[in-house]
Design a protein around this ligand. Structure first.
Ligand code: ADP
Length: 397
């Protein structure tokens, strides 16, 4: 195990840093060895990590000095990994970077010029990009010889036709970068790469992938390529999410700013943290809690979620000119038979016939054998996608 070295995958956010170590086995296949995270960066930091069997390897509080910023957290994760795997040769680090702008349609090895170009994208994703880049910068300073690869959540959607990249604003805004970028691209790319084995009969067809987690979106695939998706300029658009409203009439925002005097910061908090399932239900952003709650507004929030997912499935089926398959993935999509069944019932008009037992068991295929459109449950694996990209960019060049 690991005789050919390893690849570290990093997902750095504002208050947490997730990391996974993949080792190259004798056949150069990537094998997950450990998955960990440092939460509460800058407040009450805590390190947790589990091995591949789910056994806890470490779980301890850190002092604030140990993890005041992302750069401290990545140093600490590195030190812990070296202690855990002495002698392991780290070959490269792959980073999840939320925004690759209009130009990056592929992952890229980060050098000085790329780093400068990525810094210029920060205004497009001010909540995430600075933290993603802070992790890259910290490693460039402490381990300059270590190859680093940026893997973008937007890149997979660069195969969209131009129509799906536009807003009907004056053209200068498009030129200035106001475009529909789409997100969750690493998840969709992983699913598209998995379809030929997992669901060969639809892999070359018209497929909608529903990434339903705390962030949620849908992607239309034609022969494994993204042609449209529900998220746009930012990850706020599209279907409702845990704490984000999904598509909203811009007139509401004009009203809040113009008539209610809401500041940009307050609006940002409302749209990213206080809306969606949490805002509607007043109970929780967590789908499990909503499904268990007797509160009428919790039920209403679930109804709203199902309604809008089904509505957007219809819209993307129209874009694709019909539908061959529907794939559920991420936390809700992989784990909630109730939500899957309700969405599929609302999509019955498309020719989807649910197999309730297969759905309850969480089988890979959850529709009846004679269903015109098949539906599937396929677990996503964004970290593995990043590790594969990093391997291809650095080692298999
Ligand atoms: P993130 O976007 O944070 O990675 P996940 O993909 O892990 O999110 O999804 C988190 C969501 O999945 C939460 O709303 C959680 O309630 C939901 N979830 C997880 N397991 C279940 C389940 N068994 N039933 C319903 N919802 C679930």
């Amino acid at each position: 195990m690991g005789e050919n070295g390893s690849i570290l995958v990093v997902n750095a956010g504002s208050s947490s840093l997730k990391f996974s170590l993949f080792r190259l086995d004798a056949a150069d296949a990537l094998q997950l060895a450990v998955r960990g995270q440092i939460d509460g960066i800058g407040t009450m930091p805590r390190l947790k990590a589990k091995d591949v069997a789910g056994k806890t390897l470490v779980e301890r509080d850190l002092s604030l000095e140990e993890a005041r910023e992302v750069k401290d957290a990545i140093g600490l994760a590195g030190a812990w990994l070296r202690e855990q795997f002495p002698g392991e040769q780290l070959l490269a680090v792959g980073h999840r970077v939320v925004h690759g702008g209009a130009d990056y349609s592929q992952p890229v090895r980060v050098d000085e010029a790329v780093f400068t170009a990525l810094e210029k994208l920060t205004p497009l994703a001010p909540l995430h990009e600075p933290h993603n880049l802070a992790a890259i910068r910290a490693l460039r300073e402490t381990r300059p010889e270590l190859p680093q690869v940026a893997c973008f959540d937007t890149a997979f959607h660069r195969s969209h036709p131009q129509l799906a990249d536009l807003y009907a604003l004056p053209w200068e805004y498009y030129e200035a970068g106001v475009r529909r970028y789409g997100f969750h691209g690493l998840s969709y790319e992983y699913i598209a790469a998995t379809l030929p084995q997992a669901a060969p009969e639809i892999a070359d067809g018209r497929v909608i992938v529903a990434h339903l987690g705390s962030g949620a979106s849908l992607c239309a695939l034609r022969a494994g390529q993204s042609v449209d998706s529900t998220m746009g300029f930012s990850p706020l658009d599209g279907i409702p999410m845990g704490t984000r409203p999904g598509a909203i009439d811009p007139g509401v925002l004009l009203y809040l700013v113009g008539q209610r005097g809401m500041t940009p910061a307050a609006l940002e908090k409302l749209l990213y943290k206080e809306s969606g399932m949490l805002g509607l239900s007043g109970v929780s952003n967590d789908m499990r809690q909503l499904l268990e709650s007797p509160e009428p507004r919790a039920r209403l929030a679930v109804d709203y979620f199902v309604h809008y997912v089904a509505k957007e499935v219809g819209a993307l089926a129209a874009v694709l000119g019909g539908l061959d398959g529907l794939v559920f993935t991420a936390g809700v999509g992989e784990n909630s038979p109730v939500i899957r069944a309700r969405i599929l019932q609302a999509c019955a008009w498309l020719g989807v016939t649910l197999d309730p037992d297969a759905n309850q068991r969480g089988d890979a295929r959850i529709t009846a054998p004679d269903s015109a459109v098949s539906a599937w449950v396929i677990p996503t694996n964004e970290e593995l996608m990043i590790a594969r990209h990093t391997y291809r960019c650095v080692i298999a060049v």
